[in-house]
Ligand binder design. Structure first.
Ligand code: ZN
Length: 321
């Protein structure tokens, strides 16, 4: 297959994994198989059926708007270089002292809840209020932080991985060395995970009408966002590290919403397993979220800080004895 022949690719450039020009085209079954090859099962809990998440039909659905990995790296290049500089020195020291570094970035990308009156369509009217699920408004900055983390680790030759989660857990990039996974594909997986649910809009009159037709007063109190799977996500990250003692294993957990219950018990479990864990409490509720995360939790109140301070977080983790 040559790029120019593919009618699906305007200008011969596309971000969709189906048209990865660097690889020979696969049979449909093979493609799916390859997409799902790292699916995990059993222990750890909350493991997601990736075949459902990255089914080709779903991947195609958002071919239109999303940036490619390359485009994101290009946009974030300056910041990435800063992160690399920040981590470089302390990384060398850490490797010398404790061996090869392994880093997992575990990010909560849960939805948030809005409210609308299904009669008049205004969010502030409470007459026929109903809650509905929307993507967190910060989702793009959270994705930026993932790419900044990945590319920083990539350039430093760190073994790294990424897990995204909401009420389900998706191992977006299994732990592995630099260049071991196709990051374009990793990014597609992240998009697919985030696009697997449908999001209603209060500007969608058909949806509003349907809600109005079936409205009952208790809908004002019904929540539409499911609890975030904090512990299963962290558990999955912990399982990915090399086994054995004396490891140099680190988990960074980013959250922009309040954990359902305190995560302090996780601190203890990680310590027992010789894994360093640090939290990043994100956004305007950071001060409230932080005390419910780990002993070592930093706050990123300004959302841009999530990606701008990624190197600082990694550095702090590595300096942590
Ligand atoms: Zn109203």
């Amino acid at each position: 297959m040559t790029i120019g022949n593919n009618p699906k690719i305007p200008g011969g450039v596309s971000s969709a994994p189906k048209v990865d020009a660097s690889q020979p085209e696969l049979e449909p079954e093979k493609k799916l198989e390859e997409e799902t090859r790292f699916e995990r099962s059993g222990s750890g809990g909350g493991s997601l059926q990736l075949d459902r998440v990255v089914a080709p039909a779903m991947v195609q659905k958002q071919e239109k708007v999303q940036e490619t990995y390359f485009e994101m790296v290009e946009r974030l290049e300056e910041e990435i270089q800063l992160q690399v500089e920040q981590v470089k020195e302390v990384l060398l020291e850490s490797v010398e002292k404790k061996g090869d570094v392994e880093f997992m970035y575990v990010l909560d990308v849960s939805d948030v809840e809005n409210q609308v009156c299904v009669n008049c369509g205004r969010p502030e009217c409470t007459n026929y209020a109903q809650k509905y699920r929307v993507k967190t408004p910060e989702i793009n900055l959270l994705f930026d932080s993932i790419v900044t983390f990945m590319e920083t680790a990539e350039r430093l030759g760190i073994r790294y991985g990424v897990i995204a989660y909401d009420d389900e857990v998706a191992p977006i990039r299994p732990l592995g060395g630099a260049g071991e996974h196709d990051n374009e594909r990793v990014l597609r997986r992240l998009y697919s995970f985030k696009e697997r649910k449908a999001y209603p809009s209060r500007f969608d009159s058909k949806w509003l009408k349907k809600q109005w037709d079936t409205y009952t007063p208790d809908k004002a109190f019904q929540t539409t966002v499911v609890k975030a799977a904090d512990k299963p996500a962290i558990g999955m990250a912990a399982q990915m590290f090399r086994s054995g003692e004396d490891r140099n294993a680190h988990i960074l957990v980013g959250k922009a919403n309040l954990p359902d219950s305190s995560l302090r018990a996780v601190d203890f479990a990680m310590k027992k397993n010789d894994i360093k864990i640090r939290g990043i409490a994100i956004g305007k509720n950071a001060a409230k979220i932080a005390p419910r995360m780990f002993v070592k939790t930093e706050q990123a109140k300004d959302l841009h800080a999530v990606r701008e301070q990624m190197g600082q977080r990694m550095k702090n983790a590595l300096e942590d004895e």
